[in-house]
Design a protein around this ligand. Structure first.
Ligand SMILES: Nc1ncnc2c1ncn2[C@@H]1O[C@H](COP(=O)(O)OP(=O)(O)O)[C@@H](O)[C@H]1O
Ligand SMILES: [Mg+2]
Length: 388
């Protein structure tokens, strides 16, 4: 009798126990689902309900929902605010036309000047860019990184609202036809500013960020020639534990690090390489790729400049390298410093490239050229060894 009771009771208890566990599990899942749904609804309401917001930047309502959508937590603008600010996105206010859409200058009702980037509609890439810019740029606050004031997202339209940086880009000042020559002191100032911005992204903000599109056209300049790094549409975050991030190769031809271009292996050192290319532009006045001024063997600015940099760093002259338009109007020790930084940044081996904070210190004169190049300036044999 007792045995019978046990034989019946035990399986019953097991079944009841399992049933209770399943109920708890379903209840928990249901609660989580409802919470997610509620958060998504709040997010949508926040995004689409911008019409009621005060249109001035200072009074904009800050939305700090717990984020189910990564765009929450930024200032919202209505399309009408932005249309008014740009005279209906008129051509006279068009200041840029990049790979991902149009940029207009605008003035908000409180007089704040802004730059408004309208991402191309309908592409998945556009949406990814939008998310990446908001995620990255709203976390980072630095004098040498362009600030994001907010955004507008309505139907398929995606607009980003930035502080306005009034004096165009480094590309414009260096390469646009008919421009006065960009003075050496300004080149130094721009290089240092951009290096500080990038160093902050790589080493001091959390999570650390790789810009992925460092180039002269993405370095904005203000009236006192302070540089501000812009265009975070391709930016990727990474953790200290990541050795690299694998990704589809994006960025701009002529600036891509070799290991990234060939295998999509992305690290902060990919940005360091691109920054080295920018330094080469500042030193030589040449574009990284130029149809009317091709480099020997159809190679890149890096291949062309490498032997000249080595010669300069081993006590030779900088003549063949330096922008002739400068007409020798530069400080030679500063020039050598920049050449040493460029040479170190464009090293073939990513792990031998310096960190951006080392570049900053080198520009500020707090680290010797020898420390930057690990005790010795690169020699020609080294280059041949790595098969360049
Ligand atoms: N904050 C800004 N202030 C002034 N001009 C800007 C600003 N942001 C972008 N621009 C102009 O618009 C151009 C394209 O912007 P960018 O953010 O680089 O977009 P894209 O992804 O299309 O390259 C820039 O090269 C610059 O001329
Ligand atoms: Mg750009």
């Amino acid at each position: 009798m007792d045995v019978m009771l046990v034989l019946i009771l035990v399986p019953m208890l097991v079944v009841i126990g399992n049933f209770i566990c399943v109920c708890f599990y379903i209840r928990k899942k249901w609660k989580m689902m409802m919470k997610k749904k509620r958060m998504r609804r709040d997010a949508e309401a926040a995004i689409n309900g911008g019409d009621s917001l005060d249109p001035t930047v200072n009074n904009l309502q800050q939305l700090n929902h717990e984020s189910s959508s990564s765009v929450i937590g930024q200032n919202l603008f209505t399309y009408e605010d932005l249309s008014r600010a740009t005279s209906d996105f008129s051509d006279s206010n068009l200041i840029g036309q990049g790979g991902f859409g149009y940029v207009h200058r605008g003035v908000l009702v409180d007089g704040t000047e802004v730059a408004i980037k309208q991402l191309k509609v309908g592409s998945g890439q556009g949406e990814r860019e939008f998310q990446a810019e908001i995620q990255t740029i709203s976390r980072v606050h630095h004098r040498h990184l362009v600030s994001l004031f907010g955004y507008c997202r309505i139907d398929s339209l995606r607009l980003l609202v930035y502080e306005f940086v009034p004096n165009k880009t480094l590309e414009f000042h260096l390469h646009e036809k008919g421009r006065p020559v960009l003075e050496w002191t300004k080149r130094m100032k721009i290089a240092l500013g951009a290096a500080k911005g990038l160093s902050y992204l790589h080493e001091y903000c959390y999570p650390k960020t790789i810009h992925r599109d460092v180039k002269a056209a993405n370095i904005l300049i203000d009236h006192s020639y302070e540089a501000k790094l812009a265009d975070f549409g391709l930016a990727r975050t990474y953790l200290d534990t990541d050795t690299h991030v694998s990704t589809r190769v994006m960025g701009t031809f002529g600036y891509l690090a070799p290991e990234y271009a060939s295998s999509g292996k992305l690290t902060d050192k990919s940005d360091v390489f691109s920054f080295g290319v920018v330094l080469l532009e500042l030193i030589t006045g040449r574009r990284p790729i130029h149809n009317s001024q091709p480099f020997a063997d159809g190679g890149s600015i890096v291949d062309w400049a490498r032997p000249l940099m080595i010669q300069a760093l081993n006590g030779g002259s900088v003549d063949g390298l330096v922008d002739p338009q400068l007409e020798y109007d530069f400080d030679i020790s500063e020039m050598k410093r920049m050449v040493a930084c460029a040479a170190a940044c464009v090293r073939h081996s990513a792990k031998h490239r310096p960190k951006m904070s080392q570049i900053v210190r080198a520009f500020e004169g707090n680290i010797s050229i020898h420390d930057l190049t690990e005790g010795s300036a690169p020699r020609l044999e080294e280059i041949q060894e790595i098969g360049i």
